[in-house]
Design a protein around this ligand. Structure first.
Ligand SMILES: *Cc1c(COP(=O)(O)O)cnc(C)c1O
Length: 499
C-alpha cells in the first residue's frame, strides 16, 4: 500500500513516510492509493475480539509497512487500563431501542481526540525509526482546547520528540486551560498566544512554511511535524471504532450480520466523520452518515448545496471544539469521490484560497448527497437536548454530543428512517460542565461557581464519578506561564527548542 498526495505533485510513499511528514509538501493531504476492503466474515469475527485486536486488524490493512509486532506494540501502548478508564476503550451505551451512544471519551483527557493521539506518538516514532530518521521531531500544535491537551498527554516523555502547544489566551475554557498549563513531562511546552484560535493556527502554519526556520532547526537536528488531523496517522486509528461499534451491536444481538446502520458525528475539521466514510468504503454496512454541525454550519450548507463558502462570521458556541470554518479533511473526501482527480482538487482549493468558496461538480455532489445528510443545532437547542435526554433517559451528555443528538432528531423528523443509529459521543460531560449544569439545573446553579466547583455539582446531580484526568485539577501546580504576541511564536519555539 502506498500513499499519494491529494494535490498530485508528490511521489507515492510508504505509510511510515506519510505519517512522519504529516502534511504533503505540495500542500495536499496523504491518502491511500488503493481502496481497502474488509469481508463480512472479518466483521463477524470481530465480535469475538477485544478493542485492541480489532485495532490491529484494521491498522494492518493500511499500515502495510509495519510488522504485526510493531502494530501490536503501538496499540497496547496506547489503549490500556492505565490510560483508559473503561475496559472496552470505546463502550456503547444503549439509549433506546434504536439509538446507541458510542462513548469515545474514556481516555486521559476526556475527549475523543485521545483515541488517535494516544497512538499517534507510537506510530510516529516507529515511522521515524523505519525511515532511518536520526533527527528529533518537534510537534507544533495550535489548539482551540481539546487537541492540545490530548497531544501533550500522548507525546509526554516520548523519546526523540518534543512538543510545543499554542493556545489562544482568551479562547479556551478554565478546565481546558488548567489541563494544559499543569502538564508534566520532560519534552513538553505550553504557550499562550495573545489572539484567537485562527491567530495561533496561522502562526503555526507560518512556521511550517518558513524555509529559513526549517533550515535553522535542521542544522541542529530537529524536524517539524504535525499532530493535527491532517496526519494520516491520526485519521486511521479513528476508523477502528466504527468497526468496533458495529461488532458490539452484532455481539449484543441488536443487529443481524450485514444489516446497515447510521452514524451521527458532531463535526468540526471533518476528521472523525471522514474516518466513518473510510469504514463505509471498506465495506462496513453504513446507510447514512449524518454530519452534525453547530451554528458554524459551513458543512451543513455544503452538504445541502454543493457549495463550500467560508465567507461568514465565526461564532463562539457552547460546542467550541466544532467552532471551525475550514474543514481541512474535506479535501480527502473530495479526492476519493472524484476518483483521485487531483486536477479538480487543485482547482477547488485554489478557489477556496482566492475567493473563499468553491462549488463541486454535479457528479461529485450527487455522491455526497447519497452518503451524507446534514443539519445543525443552535446553542439553545443544544442545552434543551441535554435536559431532555436527562429527563427521558437519565443519561448526561456533553454539548458536542447533544448537537449530534439534536441533529439526529431532525433527521428522523425529515426522513422517518428506521435503521439503528450510533451517535458518536466526543466528550465527557465533565469537560464542558458549565454548559451541562446550566442545561440540567438552570442559570442560577452556575452563578458564582467556577468550573472546578461545578465538577462536583455535576457529579452529584448525575450520580457520576469525576474522571481521573479532571480530579484535583485546580490544586495542581502551574508549570507553563509563557504568554507571547502572535508575531513572537517562532521566536518562542526557537527559545524553547534551540537554547
Ligand atoms: C475535535 C472535536 C470534535 C470535532 O471533530 P472533527 O474530527 O474535527 O470533525 C467534536 N467534538 C469534540 C469534543 C472534539 O474535541
Amino acid at each position: 500500500m502506498f500513499y499519494e498526495s491529494t494535490r498530485g505533485k508528490h511521489s507515492s510513499i510508504s505509510s511510515a513516510e506519510a505519517i512522519k511528514l504529516g502534511i504533503a509538501p505540495d500542500g495536499g493531504l496523504f491518502v491511500p492509493s488503493e481502496p481497502v476492503t474488509v469481508s463480512e466474515e472479518l466483521i463477524n469475527r470481530m465480535t469475538g475480539l477485544t478493542y485492541n485486536q480489532r485495532a490491529e486488524e484494521v491498522l494492518r490493512l493500511y499500515l502495510t509497512d509495519f510488522t504485526p509486532q510493531e502494530l501490536k506494540d503501538c496499540v497496547y501502548n496506547a489503549y490500556n487500563e492505565e490510560k483508559f478508564d473503561h475496559g472496552l476503550i470505546t463502550p456503547l451505551h444503549k439509549l433506546s431501542d434504536k439509538v446507541f451512544i458510542l462513548e469515545l471519551w474514556h481516555g486521559p483527557t476526556c475527549a475523543f481526540k485521545d483515541i488517535a493521539l494516544q497512538i499517534l506518538p507510537h506510530l510516529l516514532t516507529r515511522s521515524a525509526q523505519k525511515t532511518g530518521e536520526t533527527d528529533d521531531i518537534v510537534i507544533l500544535v495550535a489548539t482551540s482546547g481539546d487537541t492540545g491537551k490530548a497531544a501533550l498527554e500522548g507525546f509526554k516523555n516520548v523519546p526523540q520528540t518534543k512538543i510545543v502547544v499554542f493556545y489562544p489566551n482568551e479562547g479556551v475554557s478554565q478546565v481546558q486551560k488548567q489541563q494544559m498549563v499543569t502538564q508534566e513531562g520532560n519534552n513538553v511546552s505550553v504557550v499562550a498566544v495573545q489572539g484567537n484560535f485562527d491567530d495561533a493556527q496561522t502562526g503555526v502554519k507560518n512556521i511550517f512554511g518558513n524555509a529559513a526556520a526549517i533550515d535553522k532547526f535542521k542544522r541542529q537536528h530537529y524536524k517539524f511535524s504535525s499532530a493535527n488531523s491532517i496526519n494520516w496517522g491520526r485519521l486511521v486509528p479513528q476508523v477502528v471504532y466504527y468497526f468496533s461499534a458495529y461488532a458490539d451491536l452484532l455481539k449484543m444481538e441488536e443487529i443481524n450480520s450485514g444489516e446497515a446502520i447510521n452514524f451521527v458525528v458532531p463535526t468540526g475539521n471533518f476528521g472523525n466523520i471522514l474516518a466513518a466514510f473510510y469504514a463505509r468504503c471498506m465495506g462496513l454496512p453504513i446507510n447514512r452518515l449524518i454530519c452534525a454541525a453547530n451554528e458554524n454550519n459551513v458543512l451543513t450548507d455544503f452538504i445541502n448545496s454543493g457549495i463550500y463558502d467560508r465567507e461568514r462570521l465565526f461564532k463562539k458556541t457552547l460546542s467550541p471544539s466544532m467552532d471551525i470554518l475550514i474543514s481541512s479533511n474535506l479535501e480527502r473526501l473530495l479526492y476519493e469521490l472524484t476518483g483521485h482527480d487531483s486536477t479538480k482538487i487543485n482547482e477547488w482549493m485554489r478557489e477556496l484560497k482566492e475567493r473563499g468558496k468553491y462549488k463541486v461538480a454535479p457528479d461529485t455532489y450527487s455522491k455526497i448527497k447519497e452518503i451524507f445528510w446534514s443539519d445543525y443545532a443552535s446553542d439553545q437547542e443544544t442545552l434543551s437536548t441535554i435536559k431532555e435526554i436527562w429527563k427521558n433517559y437519565k443519561y448526561v451528555m456533553d454539548t458536542h454530543t447533544a448537537v449530534a443528538q439534536n441533529v439526529y432528531a431532525k433527521y428522523i423528523a425529515a426522513t422517518g428512517d428506521k435503521h439503528k443509529t450510533v451517535i458518536a459521543s466526543t466528550a465527557s460531560p465533565f469537560k464542558f460542565n458549565e454548559s451541562v449544569v446550566k442545561a440540567l439545573l438552570g442559570e442560577a446553579a452556575i452563578q458564582g461557581k467556577n468550573e472546578f466547583e461545578l465538577l462536583n455539582v455535576l457529579a452529584d446531580t448525575g450520580s457520576l464519578a469525576i474522571p481521573k484526568g479532571l480530579q484535583n485539577l485546580d490544586s495542581k501546580p502551574v508549570l507553563h506561564k509563557q504568554v507571547v504576541a502572535k508575531e513572537e511564536m517562532l521566536a518562542a519555539v526557537e527559545n524553547i527548542i534551540l537554547s
